[in-house]
Design a binder for this molecule. Structure first.
Ligand code: BG6
Length: 488
């Protein structure tokens, strides 16, 4: 009898990217600046313990616009996908991709965010990309907002803190739905929507310092409310304009474990997980979960809602749940323990059973199965893993080959657990590993933090030929797809 993987015959295998991390051409063909275009490169030695370089202030933005600073912005140049998309898509086709996740850079379509008319050159670029994908029968999976809010929306409205941005976003979504209906069936509203509570500027174009008298949480949860309403409204629009469209929400799922079996630790982990799952709860169940009432009260957060918001959330839940999964974290209330540094999450303690990546992310394949089963039991909706992967240093050998067994090892172990979850009964639509082609790191703007099956010749200083070449993992993933996950 033929061995069966458990994956459906139409399982969507592929890879995931974001416009600001690959396209480049940041000011070409009418594109406006986005939030990502003013995030400067900071060398590792200066990045600090959490290893993140994403914060900006309004003074800094104004200085950039006035030409008064001389910093480097790697996300402006990406890996030049804008001019090389045909070559890159041909490589994805060679890998056997069924799906390619990309984002539309909002500021390419509405350069200022609040323009009366869209930018035709921007619309045309994505038409060309979707047509190229179609040649190879690769389905696009399109994120509407992936950490690239038009910068003018920050300068004029302070981003998603301002309710008016809902209207600009729905107009943008309506424009691209009407333009790409028939070409794009799978849509995601906000990438890692929960990240707004950690990085309000990156995920919401919000400058917290410009709102005196409010805490970061008060500001971020208000911004999140506006995004929830916008997400529901565009889900409604998508279904009206494209009856066969499938719309998903997207969170960064960071599974929390208790460090000890002390009940306080069990509770701490549950609380952390609830705060994470709050974002999918709203999207999937169409209402704010009651467990947030106490959190809001204790943190002095009053969400300003308009009449009708609750009905909008209730009536337009998402069709599927998507998420990124890179690592788990461990939390404790029980004294001091060795911390994990560099993973962007303050307070996480080291889990002695797990290996840690060079960037401090604790590698936990089994956690993916836990997460999938939890999601399935909580919502009963189809699931889509739209990001997973290992950021690692690669070495190019003299003959040009790149041996990356660590990447193959990471991915195969995660896919193995995903396979188990499917056998457990989880309804999984697909899997897009993060950065199938090396790209600019979101959190650090480095190039040397590589996720790809395809190597891109560019270093952290932006030097290199940008030539593409295949790593060992390229051939490995190609076979995974060809055997529908049988051979890992
Ligand atoms: C996710 C983001 O958080 O993680 C991506 O959606 C990002 O944009 C990915 O690139 C990996 O993070 P990093 O910081 O290694 O690029």
């Amino acid at each position: 009898m033929k061995k069966t993987t458990g994956f459906t015959p139409h399982f969507l295998w592929g890879g995931a990217t974001a416009a600001n991390q690959i396209e480049g051409a940041y000011d070409k063909d009418g594109k406006g600046l986005s939030s990502a275009d003013v995030v400067k490169y900071i060398p590792k030695e200066e990045r600090g313990i959490q290893n993140v370089a994403m914060d900006v202030t309004s003074d800094y933005i104004e200085a950039v616009l006035a030409g008064k600073v001389n910093d480097r912005y790697p996300k402006r140049d990406g890996i030049d996908f804008y001019h090389r998309y045909k070559e890159d898509i041909a490589l994805f086709a060679e890998l056997g991709f069924k799906v390619f996740r990309l984002s539309i850079n909002w500021a390419r379509i509405f350069p200022n965010g609040d323009d009366a008319q869209p930018n035709e050159a921007g619309l045309k670029f994505y038409d060309d990309v979707f047509d190229e994908l179609k040649k190879y029968d690769i389905e696009p999976l399109v994120t509407l907002a992936h950490y690239e809010t038009p910068l003018e929306l920050t300068r004029k409205y302070n981003g998603w803190y301002n309710r008016r941005v809902i209207g600009f976003f729905t107009k943008y979504a309506e424009t691209v739905f009407n333009r790409y209906k028939g070409k794009v069936k799978y849509w995601l509203t906000f990438n890692e929507i929960n990240v707004i509570t950690h990085f309000p500027f990156a995920a919401g174009g919000i400058l917290v310092d410009n709102i005196p008298g409010k805490t970061k949480d008060q500001i971020a949860y208000q911004g999140a409310h506006h995004q929830f309403v916008a997400s529901a409204l565009v889900t409604k629009l998508a279904h009206e304009i494209m009856p066969d469209a499938q719309v998903g929400c997207m969170i960064a799922r960071t599974l929390a474990y208790p460090h000890t079996n002390h009940p306080d630790d069990i509770f701490e982990a549950q609380h952390y997980n609830d705060l994470n799952l709050f974002f999918t709860d709203v999207h999937a169940k169409g209402e704010y979960p009651t467990y947030m009432n106490r959190f809001f009260e204790e943190n002095d957060i009053t969400i300003e809602k308009e009449i009708g918001d609750d009905e909008i959330l209730k009536h337009y839940p998402v069709d599927f749940i998507s998420f990124s999964y890179y690592m788990s974290i461990t939390v404790t209330t029980q004294g001091e323990h060795e911390k994990v540094t560099g993973n962007m999450i303050s307070g996480a303690v080291k889990n002695e059973y797990l290996e840690t990546s060079d960037w401090g992310w604790q590698i936990d394949p089994k956690g993916l199965r836990v997460v999938l089963r939890d999601f399935h039991n909580r919502y009963g909706k189809p699931l889509f893993i739209v990001e997973n992967g290992l950021g690692a240093f690669d070495k190019v050998e003299e003959d040009g080959s790149i041996h990356d067994p660590y990447r193959i090892n990471y991915l195969s172990k995660h896919i193995e657990q995903m396979k188990e979850a499917v056998k457990d009964g989880v309804d999984l639509m697909g899997y897009t590993s993060w950065g199938p082609i090396d790209l600019i790191s979101m959190s650090t703007s480095e190039m040397s933090k590589r996720y790809g099956f395809i190597y891109v010749d560019q270093d952290d200083d932006g030097n290199g030929t940008l030539n593409r070449s295949k790593k060992d993992s390229f051939y490995w993933y190609k076979n995974v797809i060809a055997t529908n996950g049988d051979e890992l």
